[in-house]
Design a protein around this ligand. Structure first.
Ligand SMILES: *Cc1c(COP(=O)(O)O)cnc(C)c1O
Length: 387
């Protein structure tokens, strides 16, 4: 079976992890700060807070921006549930902005219209969490312009866009946002097993995220309410979590980060080949904007269902039955039973729902060989033409 995504682990990765396992500290040693330093160098962000998942990083970002009860945050319906859940886990209300039909990223026109209406009704969001779907950055200049006009803060869920660029800068630089989040889950562009990172250029946001990562506890005397009582002393200043990454995961991360550009280059090349090979077929890729270079986490096709005899379900099942583990990203979040219980309904976000009906994710990962890719295309051709 050809999977839709897969990690790329080599002997250097294994050695780096084993070295930490043989050392004195498995967690809270020096490797996590080193990983954070290298992530800053890579992205250009001033601060990096490495954590045990992107979901945790999103929660820290929301908390550091002060999101809580009585607040509203908006995000995309075409994302993994974690984006919206992070907002809810902070006690805030969530709402969704419909997507652009061609990129499946948040639609800036929809956003502008929704903001105008929210301003009239006094329901403006405190935070907008954009999602760089499949690895392509949202139009951050346009989103930032709106954030200045309407006064909301921006979180970039860049779980898919690790290694991508926007306006020639690495995604993660936080030039247009308060916080950007990466995921290091094994299907993503680089991995630490489980893991993630929150980037920011704001030292106060960084400090809050560092403290909340570890129970809201500080050992810095200048943060304490009174003088330290001795070398053992610490103070809990806020209600935090244990979201720490281990040092052996960070060691894997350092080793993977060195190879990230190579991974993304291979993904990009495979994506280009898909574009070319799929041209004659009744399917279309996501549109790529000129000012972005996608991190190519996912290669998604849209089926031109009006020209096809087969349903998406039949095409999907045929491919799975023939050795190609295609996937679907994503079921619109607002259609999940939990979100329906909050009042969302089918029909609320027509672009997202229409996108979902047509989408299939083809296999894409650095270890996918050209031969495997040819096989994916052959099986897709048969799936589209099947009698
Ligand atoms: C994978 C993913 C997450 C969650 O990442 P974890 O590291 O598994 O917590 C959040 N948002 C998006 C868009 C993702 O793809």
């Amino acid at each position: 079976m050809i999977p839709y995504g897969r990690q790329a682990i080599d002997e250097d990765d294994i050695r780096a992890v084993a070295d930490v396992l043989r050392s004195d500290f498995l967690t809270q040693g020096g490797v996590v700060p080193q990983f954070e330093q290298e992530l800053c160098t890579y992205t250009g962000a001033r601060h990096a807070v490495a954590v045990n998942s992107a979901t945790s990083a999103l929660v820290l970002a929301c908390r550091a921006l002060g999101l809580g009860q009585d607040d509203i945050a908006w995000t995309s319906p075409i994302t993994f549930v974690a984006s919206a859940n992070a907002i809810l886990l902070c006690g805030a209300k969530v709402d969704f902005v419909d997507v652009d039909p061609e990129t499946a990223n948040i639609c800036v026109e929809e956003l502008a219209a929704k903001l105008e209406k929210a301003e009239e009704q006094d329901t403006l969001p405190k935070v907008l969490m954009v999602v760089h779907f499949a690895g392509q950055s949202c139009d951050m200049s346009a989103v930032e312009k709106l954030s200045r006009r309407y006064g909301f803060k921006i979180i970039e869920d860049a779980s898919h866009a690790v290694g991508g660029t926007y306006h020639n800068r690495p995604v993660g630089s936080c030039v247009h946002s308060s916080v950007t989040v990466f995921s290091f889950h094994p299907v993503k562009n680089m991995t630490t097993g489980e893991g993630g990172c929150a980037f920011t250029n704001d030292s106060e946001i960084a400090r809050t995220m560092f403290e909340l990562r570890s129970h809201g506890v500080t050992r810095a005397e200048d943060r304490m309410t009174h003088a330290s009582e001795g070398a053992w002393y610490y103070q809990q200043l806020d209600l935090g979590y244990n979201f720490r990454l281990t040092d052996f995961q960070a060691a894997l991360g350092i080793c993977q980060l060195e190879k990230l550009d190579g991974f993304v280059e291979r993904r990009r090349m495979l994506a280009k080949q898909y574009d070319h090979l799929l041209e004659p077929l009744p399917v279309s890729p996501l549109k790529q904007q000129r000012d972005t270079l996608s991190g190519w986490h996912l290669y998604v096709i849209r089926l031109n269902l009006t020209n096809l005899q087969r349903s998406r379900r039949e095409i999907f099942d045929f491919m799975r039955d023939n050795g190609v583990a295609v996937n679907v990203h994503y079921i619109p979040v607002h259609l999940q039973p939990y979100f329906k219980s909050l009042g969302f309904e089918a029909g609320d976000l027509p672009n997202a729902e229409h996108y979902y009906d047509e989408a299939i994710t083809l296999p894409l990962y650095p270890g996918l060989s050209d031969d495997d890719q040819q096989r994916v295309i052959e099986v897709l051709k048969r799936a589209l033409a099947q009698e």
